[in-house]
Design a protein around this ligand. Structure first.
Ligand SMILES: [Mg+2]
Length: 155
């Protein structure tokens, strides 16, 4: 274990040295391999982990996976429309606002999946968000300092 950590440190040193010049892609790929978990590289390890979570920890693995993949994908679709409007000359008009609302609906669908997986509701999630931000901004307005200097546990 210690040897593995030392090898990793040496890899990082080599990488940081080489990154000032030209990236050695073979070394970088070795680094990526070494820093990847077994569940990310072996189907048996992934299936074992998912089964452990589903049975021992009582996690709703299928729904959590559905929600995580879907939220990321749909947020990307929403962002793609905004990107094209802001950066690529696409007009900001009723049609594109409609498209954004449709993508927002898709995001909500995946939020509902996440709520089901976590045995919660939209109401509870919104309430938790309200309480978190109220505690972060007690004056009720955004504050750069408070945004950048959060209390421990303020995620
Ligand atoms: Mg969509």
């Amino acid at each position: 274990m210690i040897t593995k950590k030392r090898n990793l440190k040496n890899h990082l040193k080599d990488l940081s040295f080489n990154m000032t010049k030209v990236i050695d892609t073979d070394k970088y790929l070795d680094f990526v391999r070494q820093t990847t978990s077994p569940a990310s590289t072996h189907l048996a390890a992934l299936l074992s982990r998912l089964t452990e979570l589903d049975t021992s920890a009582d996690a709703d693995v299928p729904r959590l996976l559905t929600a995580a993949l879907g939220l990321s994908a749909e947020a990307g679709e929403f962002t793609e429309v905004v990107k094209k409007i802001f950066l690529q000359g696409k007009p900001y008009n009723e049609e594109n606002a409609f498209h954004l609302k449709r993508e927002l609906g898709d995001i909500c669908w995946y939020i509902a999946q996440a709520c089901m997986a976590l045995d919660t509701s939209f109401d509870e999630v919104l309430q938790m968000n309200y309480e978190k931000l109220s505690a972060r901004y007690p004056e009720g307005t955004f504050d750069v300092y408070r945004s950048e200097n959060r209390k421990e546990g303020d995620l």
